[in-house]
Design a protein around this ligand. Structure first.
Ligand SMILES: Cc1ncc(COP(=O)(O)O)c(C=O)c1O
Length: 295
């Protein structure tokens, strides 16, 4: 097993004069304790994160991930983050890791220690889960009610829907619920019937010559993988659309996928117990293009 690499980052923009980015990054042993038990990231899940995919040493979608991190930070009223030093922290973790075909970097920023509230941050480069099974065999997915209307981000922004927060206990719980129902994954539906996202992924469907993803004003994340995929499908001559999608449209789609930085792209082969159509050649072509991208 290859060793993970940990970089501790001092991420806040406000720094003493003369501090250079190098002073604010420190390699540390991931096998040793590094975080205080009173860190609000641990005691309250009060923080944010990003997971970067790294293929053959190339970090994918650096700027879109940093932009989303900054958006999440603003939604949580965290101090302004120094994205340059954070980017350098992610790059350092990758540089220090043994060269492997596929790596993930998890970047975490918490509100910091209770009573002090100077953000804690780190980047951990590690060899993640093997997604080849789901990429090639596909996923059985169940739809679950998220319990919020599709316009929750506008009506109740304090619920932080659409921020990538550390509070992912729910996102883990729904996978256990899917397993209890004999499935692998989940697609959330709003309480008023709109398709939203997976607990760790963006939903894509194909309708004839168009690739469609749910609009992100519904309290869901703007996916970096989805964005890259739309560039790829457009170059292949398909159209792409962000719009509202009702559950019954998903049932009738010409293809459904879950996409994210780790798994890249996995076809959905069964939805709520019913088989879905699948084009294996297209799945493989899209996966190959996604994994080979270098931006
Ligand atoms: C809730 C949620 N939606 C969508 C995504 C997909 O985002 P990305 O493609 O940037 O990894 C993730 C990824 O972790 C996620 O947690």
């Amino acid at each position: 097993m290859t060793e993970a690499v940990l970089v501790i980052i001092d991420p806040a923009t406000k720094q003493p004069q003369g501090a250079s980015p190098g002073d604010r990054l420190r390699l540390a042993d991931p096998a040793e304790p590094q975080i205080r038990v009173t860190d609000l990231g641990i005691t309250r899940g009060d923080g944010i994160f990003e997971t970067f995919g790294v293929f053959d040493g190339e970090i994918q979608a650096m700027q879109p991930h940093l932009a989303r991190l900054a958006r999440s930070a603003r939604m949580l009223d965290l101090p302004e983050l120094d994205l340059e030093v954070i980017e350098e922290g992610v790059r350092l973790a990758v540089r220090e890791h043994e060269s492997v075909p596929q790596l993930s970097v998890k970047l975490v920023v918490t509100r910091g220690i209770e009573g002090i509230e100077d953000p804690t941050a780190w980047a951990l480069a590690f060899v993640g889960e093997d997604y080849s099974g789901r990429q090639h065999n596909g996923l059985k997915v169940v739809t679950l009610d998220r319990g919020y209307r599709h316009d929750v981000a506008q009506t109740s922004p304090w619920l932080l829907q659409g921020a990538k927060t550390l509070s992912y206990a729910l996102n883990k719980a729904v996978i256990r619920e899917a397993k209890r129902r004999g499935a692998d994954e989940v697609i959330f539906i709003s309480s008023d019937g709109y398709v939203l996202e997976g607990p760790n992924s963006t939903v894509i469907m194909r309708v004839d010559q168009s690739f469609v993803t749910p609009r992100t004003d519904q309290g869901i994340l703007e996916g970096t993988t989805q964005h890259a995929l739309f560039g790829i499908v457009e170059s292949l001559g398909y159209r792409s659309e962000y719009r509202y999608v009702m559950k019954d449209e998903l049932d009738r789609a010409d293809g459904v996928w879950l996409v994210s930085s780790g798994q890249q792209l996995s076809p959905v082969v069964e939805l709520d117990g019913r088989p879905l159509v699948r084009d294996i050649e297209l799945d493989q072509a899209l996966l190959k293009r996604l994994m080979a991208r270098t931006d």
